[in-house]
Unconditional design. Structure first.
Length: 306
């Protein structure tokens, strides 16, 4: 009987090791704008949020420790109106390894300026797809699914759809709250069409699917080929073809804002320049013309291609 019980306990433990923890997230809090010396609540919150992101099972798939998705999330506390009320912004970056290299490519580099929440020290951060528990929980859950969806999209065409749909469900439930960033009219302070609503709307919008096609072709058929011996030129040519997808999308302009295209250029601009900085002159000129057109606010990011 004791042996049987031991085997059952061991089986449960082994299943927990094999069933999840998809994220390896470095979650940090910046309190430089906050006056005062007693900031213990932020130390507690930082550890709680990190555990929530890294120990929640987000999918039904098995992830080895080495396969966990690398990401950084920084919560910048902008105001602390009361002991349990916080106004903040969130910076989210996720990466994935390029095949057969030690290089990690950025999949998402995103700034959310509208993250207000209530938190009392030692409160647990609880997860629910169907119920609004807290804005902090909803925001972290939303971005966990965005990160996972983008990662899956980079390995197979539109493989991230189930996780984007989960993020959409979180957004729909959170719209019943009084917190901003979940509705179409509540964009970030600098751009009324750049918030959580528009991010997930674009990812699932049929008119924006070329962006996701670009992600797969650029990452899986382009970057993952670059490191294969003798295949660098082929991989770079595929990436050039992938950029044509962005160019065609930009010319078709499904809406005036092209928010998701901005997310892609902010994540990939520097890497694209690195890939083509030593390319033949005709390729460099093509990429320069294309990137300046689709990313007119890019400043001097593309000077190395001139």
């Amino acid at each position: 009987m004791k042996l049987k019980l031991h085997l059952i306990v061991y089986s449960i433990f082994l299943t927990s090791l094999l069933s999840g923890q998809e994220l390896n997230c470095n979650f940090s809090i910046n309190t430089n704008r906050i006056q005062g010396t007693n900031k213990q609540v932020f130390t507690t919150l930082e550890a709680t949020a990190r555990d929530f992101l890294n120990n929640t099972i987000w999918t039904n798939n098995v992830f080895e420790a080495s396969e966990r998705i690398e990401c950084n999330i920084q919560l910048d506390i902008m105001e602390w109106p009361s002991p349990t009320e916080f106004k903040a912004k969130l910076t989210i970056q996720s990466r994935r390894p390029v095949f057969n290299t030690s290089y990690n490519t950025v999949l998402l580099n995103y700034l959310d300026l509208d993250v207000d929440f209530h938190y009392e020290e030692f409160d647990a951060i609880e997860f629910s797809e169907n119920t609004f528990i807290s804005n902090l929980s909803s925001v972290l859950t939303f971005y966990a699914y965005i990160i996972i969806g983008l990662d899956y999209d980079s390995y197979a065409p539109k493989a991230g759809t189930p996780y984007f749909q989960k993020a959409e469900k979180i957004m729909n439930v959170a719209q019943s709250s009084n917190f901003s960033g979940w509705r179409p009219s509540e964009g970030e302070k600098a751009d009324r069409h750049k918030n959580r609503y528009w991010l997930i709307d674009n990812l699932l919008d049929a008119d924006y699917q070329p962006i996701r096609d670009f992600t797969y072709k650029y990452q899986r058929l382009g970057l993952d080929v670059l490191a294969i011996e003798g295949s660098f030129d082929m991989g770079r040519t595929v990436i050039l073809d992938a950029l044509d997808i962005l160019d065609e999308f930009f010319k078709n302009k499904p809406d005036p804002y092209l928010s998701l295209l901005q997310v892609i250029t902010e994540s990939k601009a520097e890497e694209i320049v690195d890939i083509f900085s030593e390319a033949p002159a005709d390729q460099k000129q093509k990429v320069l013309k294309l990137m300046v057109a689709i990313d007119p606010g890019g400043g001097n990011k593309y000077d190395r291609l001139k």
